[in-house]
Design a binder for this molecule. Structure first.
Ligand SMILES: [Ca+2]
Length: 312
């Protein structure tokens, strides 16, 4: 494989175990890391389900990176269990270094440590969950890792935030999307105060890209927690067409850029108290739009089939 670019230094912020497109997104990120196109600095969970950190650890271990730092919010989970129980299935079957959320670091402290050690304006943050950790990071005071407050640390170290969030269905000027409304106060703060380039991958992009069916029928892939998670969850959902790919489209855009799969436009948004998003004047955000759904679906499916590099 020939890397055509320097690896993108990435922190992934996920609500994994709530849904399973996050599993596909993590598989893609490890595929990019194996191709020399991404450097995974840390994985954060904005979700406090007891299965989140062990699930992250299963995937990092499977892909040969068991020691990637993992952070988790210490706030209470909105509910407790993985709806399709794929997380419990892969935790029971596959090795993982972190056995519980308590064994992971507190997310904001880990963000501050990692960011403070990186070159200025270098880190891409990919947010594929809600904004709990990122709002807490913005609000954080100076600490032993950095003399900067959270806002200044983000402004200094982050190159771009790529976020699966928001929705403007059918050309409307308002929408309401899960990653925003689950923790609306945090989303309000991040949309208003985040001060780096900010790419929004909205609901209506990933909604149209269905993946996972070819993966679960690929007989040459065995003993894969990615395949198992999709097999368990798609069966539980009685889904025969594939899961929507909200989180994978964010990872692809963050590492490879928008072309040829997406177009974009600039816009500005306010988050309301109920978690809905409203267009307002301005050009703060780059808002992704779908350009080539079929080539995009194939690209994501191929990356989700990626298996760990053989050990030397
Ligand atoms: Ca997610």
């Amino acid at each position: 494989m020939h890397a055509q670019q320097k690896p993108v230094p990435v922190i992934l912020d996920t609500d994994i175990a709530g849904d399973y497109d996050d599993v596909g997104a993590m598989a893609m990120l490890h595929a990019f890391a194996d191709r020399g196109e991404a450097n995974i600095l840390a994985v954060m969970s904005c979700n406090a389900f007891e299965s989140t950190v062990p699930s992250i650890s299963v995937l990092n271990t499977y892909f040969g990176r068991p020691d990637i730092p993992v952070g988790v919010t210490r706030k209470a989970a909105p509910n407790k269990n993985c709806p399709q129980q794929w997380a419990e299935a892969i935790i029971a079957r596959y090795p993982h270094r972190l056995k519980s959320n308590a064994e992971a670091e507190e997310a904001v402290s880990l963000y501050r440590r990692i960011l403070s050690q990186q070159p200025d304006h270098s880190v891409t943050i990919i947010s594929i969950g809600f904004f709990t950790n990122l709002a807490d990071l913005l609000a954080s005071p100076p600490d032993r890792h950095s003399t900067l407050n959270g806002k200044d640390l983000v402004r200094k170290k982050v190159k771009q935030l790529v976020s699966m969030a928001a929705s403007l269905p059918d050309g409307k000027t308002t929408g309401r999307e899960y990653n925003v409304y689950v923790d609306a106060p945090s989303a309000q703060q991040v949309f208003a105060e985040w001060d780096t380039p900010f790419l929004l991958n909205p609901f209506e992009v990933g909604e149209k890209i269905h993946t996972g069916i070819p993966l679960i029928h690929k007989t040459s892939i065995r003993n894969s927690p990615v395949k198992d998670a999709y097999a368990v969850a798609l069966a539980k959902d009685k889904n025969t067409t594939g899961r929507m790919s909200w989180d994978q489209t964010a990872v692809l855009a963050a590492i490879k850029g928008l072309q040829p799969w997406f177009t974009s436009r600039k816009l500005n948004m306010r988050i309301e108290a109920d978690g809905s998003n409203t267009l307002i004047p301005g050009e703060k955000f780059v808002y992704m739009e779908l350009q080539q759904p079929e080539t995009l679906r194939q690209e994501i499916e191929t990356l989700m089939h990626h298996q760990p590099k053989p050990k030397n």
